[in-house]
Design a binder for this molecule. Structure first.
Ligand code: ARG
Ligand code: ZN
Length: 862
């Protein structure tokens, strides 16, 4: 069944107070719920409660009387004639058998929950929608020896012993909250503790819990949490207003983490970090996700979503907030580049495929399928544009108004824009189209120079291709941050006041912008900082792009100019055009960037990471994976050969013998050391291979060791196998590091990777039950190994379909997500296209398909 946004109705009943008692036991858990329910104006004589299809309801009483109810699908209907009633239910759960990891389940023996978006109905019958908010009191009873730690939302108010070695704890969360923010954890966990004093003087106790073996890996998460709390105070004026903040790391988790009020539950991947096992990216991942979940305390929990169509209200805004936080920690330039790379790699294909949807979708079959790069990452870009349109002061006024006006309420994306509009006085009517329109706009820029009049004109034109259900597109409001470079390589003043940068706002299908009184024809730098989530087509020649790639003072545009040159070189190779000027221009710009030690080493490393096949595929009509791979190989080989001398110099210059540090400069040096080695290893010789082998075995950081191992594996060097074995032996038993070992092999850049993936599926450390492990092998293979997965015989696709069919009944959420790469089938040439379609059809034919996978395959094939 399809749920539509325009069918929204306010709830007929609401929950005034929820009191839950959990009796946790190994075989089965009982949940006793007392719900004080009140009828709203629209309420009739029937109370609708959500209850998952297989929820085992042992009893249901209304005002003390056992009551019969009707039940179908996910709803139970209870006769209810009064304005207020007390509904009491008893439900039996089997957490150990819950493989979907939604509702109450066990992870390595620890009881834990995941309720967003609709998991609470798998715990107890309830009005499980975010606009029903209630204060919760939760009593947990469990065996003291196996579950010494008992946690829920809010504050601990009571605890004590019971008979038979059991004990209990009572938690009270007085702030009304939606059921999706409910959480419970019980298990044998260790923890670290710290404190934070808020700007209002409140002393908050911070605890991060994990398996006792991992207690040494929690310091970075704790530091990140304290930084996040301070940052939200400094930048948004938002303080924490509870007494405790708990985080728990669990090994089996469908997503990254969850912002349950006062009790965030995390995938271990985004909590645990230490120097021995974590790369710089891992450290940044922990910092970013800790911040993201903490920021949800205001953008998500205090102000939540009215319905799930509004998901981007909290997710887009919170991603924007965590991106800005991360930029403040380790460098805005590299952060912006990596944010845009994520958008282009994950969101652009989605926006161009069969499941394209606006950041505020209009309909869904399974809401879990809408935790997408569009809702998250494009949603963040939309908030970023609002920030740019308003400017920092008015934007802050707007968010202040948003938080105070809506505190304690469940609201919509329109409420967010209303607050920004009301506080700033800037009319955002047209801008709102971004919320309703899917597809990536194409922005074309044509420039012309009138020598006699000394006028430079930029004509901007926008268009958006149709997406499923949206044949006609309207023009959007697109802010284009712009600067002009003169022939001397310096920025030109754009007006008499000496302004060097301006924002051209395109709100029509097309518009002309004229710059007067310029000394000579300038080189324009458009969409600086990537000021709008569009695909820009520039009419600049290779020489101008090379100038920008070598000199633009906007680091994002500098990087992007190199990307554009590389894409042109790849296209030239694909179409066999002889007069390619892009590749030599790229080489000049890269040489200049690499050899100038004053250029941020992180930026230089990012510039060496040239577009891959998946990125190139976005610009190609009939994707023939082997041709794309050949083009990428040629590009890499040319760079490796032509820049070999400077790459080697740079590689050596990044080997500093300083103590390991995690500041932006050190991270940048390590990134460049890895990137230059990998580029050298495209054309391996004895010397290069020896460097890689030594680094893979002996480098002081995981970043360098993994980077070198990656190079050895991709080069299929004889040393790869023994070094991989050594890696396994060294890290055996550490799940997150063994995930890396699986992923390294699954992403080996060649078609034969399939054979190794098949072997690894039978490895004793492989399991379908752990999402991280599954993603590290099957997910990495399908989503991050273009050459290995897109085999002409279609066997990569078959392997993926086999896994999805197996997984569908156990964990539908993860199964549906793994399918992602197959959604793009229509964009491929034969025979790949037919092979992909065949596997989708095969999956579609399975009886009793989950809603999650059903929606993904049926929309893909439609
Ligand atoms: N709200 C969480 C976050 O982004 C994501 C939880 C999504 N869970 C899911 N099963 N779809 O921080
Ligand atoms: Zn989130």
């Amino acid at each position: 069944r399809t749920i539509r946004r325009d069918e929204y109705r306010p709830p007929a009943h609401t929950v005034r107070r929820a009191t839950l008692t959990f009796d946790l036991r190994d075989e089965a858990t009982t949940v006793a719920a007392r719900l004080r329910i009140a009828r709203n104006e629209s309420g009739q004589g029937v109370l609708h409660l959500h209850a998952a299809t297989d929820l085992e309801i042992l009893s249901l009483r209304v005002d003390g009387v056992e009551t019969a109810y009707e039940r179908d699908e996910e709803t139970i209907r209870v006769p209810a004639d009064k304005d207020e009633l007390l509904v009491e239910t008893v439900t039996r759960l089997r957490p150990a058998q819950n493989t979907a990891l939604e509702g109450l389940y066990r992870s390595s023996g620890v009881f834990c929950t995941q309720c967003e978006p609709e998991g609470f109905r798998k715990i107890t019958p309830y009005i499980d929608r975010p606009d029903v908010m209630a204060p919760f009191t939760v009593r947990i009873e469990a065996d003291r020896a196996s579950c010494p730690v008992l946690l829920s939302n809010g504050n601990p108010i009571e605890s004590g012993d019971l008979e038979d070695g059991r004990h209990f704890a009572v938690w009270d969360d007085p702030f009304p909250k939606s059921a999706y923010l409910f959480a419970l954890v019980a298990g044998d966990l260790g923890w670290v503790e710290d404190h934070f004093t808020t700007m209002h003087g409140r002393e908050v106790t911070l605890r991060i819990h994990a398996d006792r073996r991992d207690l040494g890996k929690l310091d970075h998460a704790m530091e990140s949490l304290k930084k996040s709390m301070k940052w939200d105070e400094d930048v948004y004026g938002r303080a924490y207003e509870h007494d405790v903040f708990n985080i728990v790391a669990v090994a089996d988790f469908n997503m990254g983490a969850m912002e349950n009020t006062g009790l965030n539950i995390f995938n271990t991947k985004y909590v645990l970090a230490d120097k021995e096992i974590s790369t710089d990216l891992d450290y940044q991942g922990v910092e970013g996700v800790i911040a993201h979940e903490y920021f949800h305390n205001w953008s998500g929990n205090r102000v939540t979503c009215r319905d799930w169509f509004q998901l981007s209200l909290k997710e887009g805004f919170t991603v924007y907030r965590d991106q800005c936080f991360s930029a403040d920690q380790s460098g805005a330039a590299v952060q912006r580049i990596s944010d845009v790379e994520t958008l282009r790699r994950a969101q652009f294909p989605e926006d161009a495929g069969p499941t394209a949807h606006p950041i505020r979708p209009d309909s869904y079959i399974e809401i879990n399928n809408f935790y997408t790069p569009t809702v998250y990452e494009k949603g963040a870009e939309v908030v970023r544009m609002l920030q740019a349109l308003l400017g920092p002061e008015k934007f802050r006024k707007g968010t202040d108004l948003y938080f105070t006006r809506n505190d304690g309420n469940a609201v919509t994306c329109d409420d967010f824009v209303d607050a920004l509009q009301d506080a700033s006085g800037i009319d955002l009517t047209d801008f709102r189209r971004w919320y309703g329109q899917a597809g990536t706009p194409r922005l074309t820029a044509r420039t012309s120079w009138d020598e006699a009049a000394r006028q430079f004109e930029i004509e901007l034109t926008q268009s958006t291709a149709p997406t499923p259900g949206q044949p006609n597109k309207e023009p959007l409001v697109i802010p284009v941050r712009t600067a002009l470079f003169g022939t001397d390589g310096k920025l030109l003043a754009l007006d008499a006041q000496g302004t060097l940068e301006t924002v051209l706002t395109l709100d029509q299908p097309s518009a002309r912008f004229v710059f007067e009184n310029l000394p000579s024809r300038p080189i324009p730098s458009l969409l600086r900082g990537y000021s709008a989530p569009v695909r820009l087509e520039l009419d600049l020649d290779a020489a101008s792009l090379a100038f920008l790639a070598g000199h633009d003072n906007d680091p994002f545009n500098r990087w992007d100019a190199a990307q554009q040159l590389a894409l042109r070189a790849l296209q030239a190779h694909l179409t066999g055009r002889a007069d390619d000027r892009a590749l030599p221009a790229l080489l000049v710009a890269l040489r200049l960037t690499l050899s100038d030690p004053n250029v941020d080493r992180g930026l230089a490393a990012a510039m060496l990471e040239l577009p891959d096949e998946a990125t190139l595929a976005l610009d190609v009509d009939q994707v023939a994976p082997d041709a794309l791979a050949a083009a990428v190989d040629h590009l890499h080989e040319t760079v490796s050969r032509e820049l070999g001398d400077v790459l080697l110099d740079v590689y050596k210059s990044c080997d500093t013998n300083e103590p390991i540090a995690f500041d932006a400069a050190s991270i940048g040096r390590r990134a460049l050391r890895v990137a230059s080695l990998q580029m050298l290893m495209v054309l391996p010789d004895e010397h290069r291979t020896a460097l890689a082998e030594t680094q893979a075995r002996d480098a002081p950081t995981m970043t360098e060791r993994m980077g070198a191992l990656r190079a050895l594996v991709d080069a299929d060097a004889p040393a790869a196998a023994p070094v991989l074995d050594a890696f396994y032996t060294r890290h055996h038993g550490d799940a997150l590091t063994i995930d890396k070992w699986f992923a390294l092999q699954a992403t080996a850049r060649r078609p034969e990777a399939l054979t190794r993936v098949r072997e690894l599926l039978d490895h004793p450390d492989f399991t379908l039950g752990n999402p991280n492990r599954l993603r590290s092998l099957v997910g990495a293979y399908a989503a991050s190994n273009f050459v290995g997965f897109h085999r002409a015989d279609g066997e990569g696709y078959r392997l993926l379909a086999d896994i999805v069919l197996d997984l569908d009944s156990r964990n539908p959420q993860v199964a549906s997500r793994l399918l992602g790469p197959l959604k793009q089938w229509r964009r491929f040439a034969e025979p790949w296209r037919e092979h992909m379609r065949a596997q989708l059809t095969r999956i579609a034919a399975k009886p009793d398909l989950s809603r999650d996978v059903y929606e993904t395959v049926s929309k893909s094939l439609a």
